[in-house]
Design a protein around this ligand. Structure first.
Ligand code: 1HE
Length: 267
C-alpha cells in the first residue's frame, strides 16, 4: 500500500505538498547550514522511498536559510570518531538516499543558493535538474579537510563536469560560481530567483504523464550504466511500455486532430 507523504514524521526536512502534486522538500537546519548528519540522511532515505508510490508528480528540493547544503556534518563526524566500517555503512546510507532520488522515477529539481559544497554537491547532483542563483557556489572541500567524497561525487560530479575538473576541484579547492558553473555543467539554469524557477520547472514536469516521467527519471540513468547492446534492449522495453500507455492516447489524438501545441523555438 502506498504511503502518504503527509504520514511521514520528519524533523530535518520540511514538506509542503501542493495540490498539483509538486512536493517542496526543504532541508531545515539552517543554523548548521543544512549539514547532513546521519539523521538527515535517514530522513532522505525515508522520503525518497515513499515518494514514488505516494502520487507525488515532482519534487523541489531546497535548503532553508542562505545556503543549500554544507555537506557532511563535520562536527558530528568529529565527535563520533567513526571506525572505517562505520563510515562505510554511513556512506552506503547516503548512496541509498541519493540512488532512490536519481532512480526513483519522480523528477527532482534542486533550487540552489549559497554553498553547494562537498556532500551538498553530491546531493544536488542526484537531482535531475539544478537551478542556481547569483549567490550559489559549488566546491568539493573534502581534499582540504583531509577527507574524500563518499556520497557519489566520484560518479555524479564526475559525470557532470568531467574527470579533470573534478580532480582540480578536490586538489585545489577550486570554487565554481556564476556563468562558469553553468558552462562546466554544474547547473542547467542560472536565474535571479532559483526557488521560483525550480517551482516553474517542477510544475511543468508535473504535467507529463507519471509513467513517462518514471522512464525519464529512471531509465536514462540505468541505461547510462549499460553496454550499448543492453541499453538498446532496455530502451526498447521501456518504450514498449511507455509509448503504448492508454493515458498517452488522448495526447496523440490531440496532435493528430491539430489541437495540441506545436514545438516552437522559445517554448
Ligand atoms: C557545520 C557545517 C558542516 C557549517 N558540518 N556543521 N563541507 C565543508 O567543508 C563546508 C563546511 N562549512 C563551511 O565552509 C561554512 O560553514 C559555510 C561556507 C557552509 C557557511 O559559512 P558561514 O560563515 O555562513 O557559517 P559558519 O559560521 O561556518 O557555520 C555556522 C554553523 O553551521 C556553525 O555551527 P555553530 O554551532 O558553531 O553556530 C558551523 O559549525 C555549522 N556548520 N557547515 C557541521 N559541514 C559522505 S562524504 C561527504 C564529505 C563532505 O561533505 S566533507 C564536508 C564539506
Amino acid at each position: 500500500m502506498a504511503k502518504d507523504v503527509g504520514a511521514l514524521n520528519l524533523e530535518r526536512i520540511a514538506l509542503d505538498l501542493h495540490d498539483d502534486g509538486v512536493l517542496v522538500a526543504t532541508l531545515n537546519r539552517p543554523e548548521k547550514r543544512n549539514a547532513l548528519d546521519a539523521q538527515t540522511v535517514d530522513e532522505l532515505v525515508e522520503l525518497f522511498v515513499t515518494i514514488p508510490r505516494a502520487g507525488v508528480r515532482s519534487v523541489v528540493l531546497a535548503g532553508a536559510g542562505d545556503h543549500f547544503c554544507a555537506g557532511l556534518d563535520l562536527v558530528e563526524h568529529h565527535k563520533e570518531d567513526r571506525s572505517p566500517a562505520e563510515f562505510m555503512h554511513l556512506c552506503l546510507r547516503w548512496h541509498e538516499a541519493f540512488n532512490k532520488m536519481e532512480y526513483g522515477g519522480v523528477p527532482v529539481i534542486a533550487a540552489l543558493k549559497g554553498a553547494v559544497v562537498g556532500g551538498g554537491l553530491e546531493l544536488a547532483s542526484s537531482a535531475h535538474i539544478r537551478v542556481m542563483d547569483e549567490s550559489t557556489y559549488f566546491a568539493l572541500p573534502e581534499g582540504t579537510r583531509g577527507l574524500f567524497t563518499g556520497g557519489g561525487a566520484t560518479i555524479r560530479v564526475q559525470q557532470l563536469v568531467g574527470k579533470a575538473r573534478m580532480i582540480d576541484m578536490m586538489l585545489t579547492g577550486r570554487v565554481y560560481k556564476g556563468a562558469e558553473a553553468v558552462e562546466v555543467g554544474l547547473a542547467q539554469y542560472r536565474v535571479e530567483d532559483s526557488m521560483a524557477r525550480a517551482m516553474e520547472l517542477a510544475r511543468r514536469a508535473a504535467e507529463n504523464l507519471p509513467l513517462t516521467n518514471f522512464a525519464i527519471c529512471s531509465a536514462i540513468s540505468h541505461v547510462g550504466n549499460m553496454s550499448a547492446l543492453d541499453a538498446s534492449y532496455a530502451e526498447s522495453v521501456v518504450a514498449g511500455i511507455v509509448n503504448t500507455q492508454p493515458d498517452a492516447r488522448g495526447r496523440l489524438e490531440a496532435f493528430a486532430n491539430k489541437t495540441a501545441a506545436r514545438v516552437r523555438p522559445g517554448s
